[in-house]
Design a protein around this ligand. Structure first.
Ligand SMILES: *[C@@H]1O[C@H](CO)[C@@H](O)[C@H](O)[C@H]1NC(C)=O
Ligand SMILES: *[C@@H]1O[C@H](CO)[C@@H](O)[C@H](O)[C@H]1NC(C)=O
Ligand SMILES: *[C@@H]1O[C@H](CO)[C@@H](O)[C@H](O)[C@H]1NC(C)=O
Length: 497
């Protein structure tokens, strides 16, 4: 009885204390609490002003600063999964959704890049693949379906224009199934990508969004870019808060190959694509397109969403030091608090240049990025397959070696917060004749020896860390301490990002 009334009293006083915030906590709809005591503004975005308490973001003030009539659209209809013929229906994945899990073993997020260039071929359209992914991974990205080419809606833009509106029209159908799947299963999405010189439609830069008309001015391109990013992030923030909590904001803006860069910036700004086309962003906007895009992204992203600069061959030393160019670009972005992490795509050649040389350069690049204190995400981890009969043996050796290099740097303090392998399986079942063989799961969706090699490296890392914490702790409490360490690190993973 006495116990009850104490409980009642304390819950009453909790209600009384909480009341001033009850209706006022505008940021809860973004899964971010309101600040309890701090008044210090740490960041201002389109949605509101933000502070920090105990290292976590919180909403300041009594309401959102987003105009009341500016409500992002609701999600479009989801795909009826039962209507899809699942190309993986006859794969028995019982050994893959029990036992070892990459997500559980890794001390950082472990993700996978989804293939598919339409909803009908997307990894999310297979029930079996969905089951596998949610057991083995805790993060994913789309290799295509979140790119501007798929999201920007030309007919919609033209319709708006004819009706006197400059609003950019977006189509969220290509990836809405992934948002829903991630939200329901506690997975996170790396949004990929807001601005890239490829897979960004040319009509976006032209008058009346018409392929045949002239290019618009830099000023108009900027208005369009801001409107597009505002709507894109607004839709995701509003309907799926916390799901897409990492964005590749700009992709591949650094180029060190002769004749393909403008070094007046000091960071080798790309002027020509790898294939030899002009970089349309550089041509029409100039080298500051990167900084300008990040400014827009920061304005419309929730404060707990990480903004990433993502690039390939980040470890290249020839003909110029690409690692240094990226460090220099990151410093420019950091000066304005515009970037949270560096994305290392990590496509690795197995023979030419020699693998051992690639690993050595990769190792050095990781060390240099870590020395700068950058948060690092390994975003498109792929080692290309060799042609010989021993391709699998070679691949197992090379994935092991790369993963050991990653874990060695992690152990030495490199702030690696995710590793994402690109593509789920060899011979992707949604395609008629896919011959890719770089992935961790085979055509039957079984674990390849490549998977096992990575798993062994992760387990060796965990064993080493546990051993060290045993030595450090008192014998008496070592068993308990172990359990705590394991639980803490699991919690850190889910809270941190
Ligand atoms: C045209 O714009 C008006 C005012 O913004 C809006 O109410 C109307 O629905 C639009 N019509 C079409 C066909 O988009
Ligand atoms: C590019 O600019 C950086 C920074 O100013 C400089 O250190 C480097 O030598 C330049 N590279 C070339 C090839 O001019
Ligand atoms: C890694 O980066 C995250 C996010 O910026 C930060 O919270 C964390 O403290 C960093 N960890 C280390 C070891 O620097």
């Amino acid at each position: 009885m006495k116990f009850n009334s104490i409980l009642l009293l304390s819950s009453l006083s909790a209600v009384a204390l909480a009341r001033p915030h009850d209706n006022a906590c505008w940021s809860e709809k973004f899964n971010i609490p309101c600040c309890q005591t701090t008044k210090e503004v740490v960041r201002t975005t389109y949605d509101g002003i933000w502070g920090m308490e105990n290292g976590e973001w919180c909403g300041l003030g009594t309401e959102s600063t987003r105009p009341k009539d500016d409500i992002p659209p609701s999600p479009p209809a989801l795909l009826d999964l039962d209507s899809v013929v699942d190309p993986a229906a006859d794969c028995d994945i019982s050994n893959v959704i029990t036992g070892d899990s990459l997500a559980q073993e890794a001390p950082f997020r472990f993700g996978v890049g989804f293939n598919g260039a339409a909803v009908s071929t997307s990894t999310t359209s297979s029930k079996v693949m969905r089951e596998l992914v949610k057991y083995q991974f805790n993060s994913f990205s789309y290799s295509n379906l979140m790119k501007p080419l798929f999201v920007l809606d030309q007919a919609g833009c033209q319709k708006n224009f004819k009706n006197g509106s400059n609003e950019i029209a977006l189509n969220f159908t290509p990836f809405v199934d992934g948002l829903d799947y991630a939200q329901k299963n506690g997975l996170h999405i790396r949004g990929h990508v807001l601005v890239w010189h490829k897979q960004f439609p040319d009509w976006f830069f032209r008058e009346e969004f018409d392929d045949a008309k002239e290019y618009v001015s830099e000023e108009v391109i900027y208005e369009r870019l801001e409107n597009y990013i505002k709507q894109y992030l607004g839709f995701v923030n509003y309907n799926y808060p916390g799901v897409v909590d990492v964005w590749d904001v700009v992709n591949e803006a650094v180029e060190v190959l002769e004749g393909k860069f403008d070094n007046s910036t000091g960071w080798y700004t790309r002027t020509i694509t790898y294939e030899g086309d002009r970089n349309i962003w550089y041509d029409f906007v100039g080298p500051d397109y990167v900084v300008k895009t990040f400014r827009i992204a920061r304005k419309y992203a929730l404060p707990n969403v990480k903004l990433v600069y993502n690039d390939y061959d980040t470890f290249a030393q020839q003909p110029h030091d690409k690692t240094q160019a990226i460090i220099d670009l990151m410093h420019i972005l950091q000066k304005e608090d515009l970037v949270d992490a560096l994305g290392m795509q990590s496509y690795i050649q197995p023979i030419d240049p020699p693998f051992e040389e690639n690993v050595a350069n990769y190792d050095k690049a990781l060390q240099r990025f870590a020395a700068e204190g950058f948060e690092i995400q390994i975003t498109e981890f792929t080692i290309y397959a060799t042609n010989g009969e021993d391709w699998l043996e070679t691949q197992v050796y090379q994935y092991r070696k790369m993963m050991e290099t990653i874990m060695k740097n992690y152990k030495n303090g490199a702030n690696i917060t995710s590793v994402t392998v690109f593509g789920l399986q060899d011979g992707y079942r949604f395609y008629e004749s896919d011959s890719t063989k770089t992935r961790l799961f085979d055509h039957e969706l079984q674990k390849k020896p490549t998977y096992e090699a990575i798993m062994e490296v992760l387990k060796a890392y965990n064993a080493e860390v546990n051993d060290e914490s045993n030595i450090e702790s008192d014998e008496e409490i070592s068993v308990d301490a172990d359990v705590d360490v394991a639980e803490d690190s699991a919690d850190d993973d889910s809270d941190e990002e």
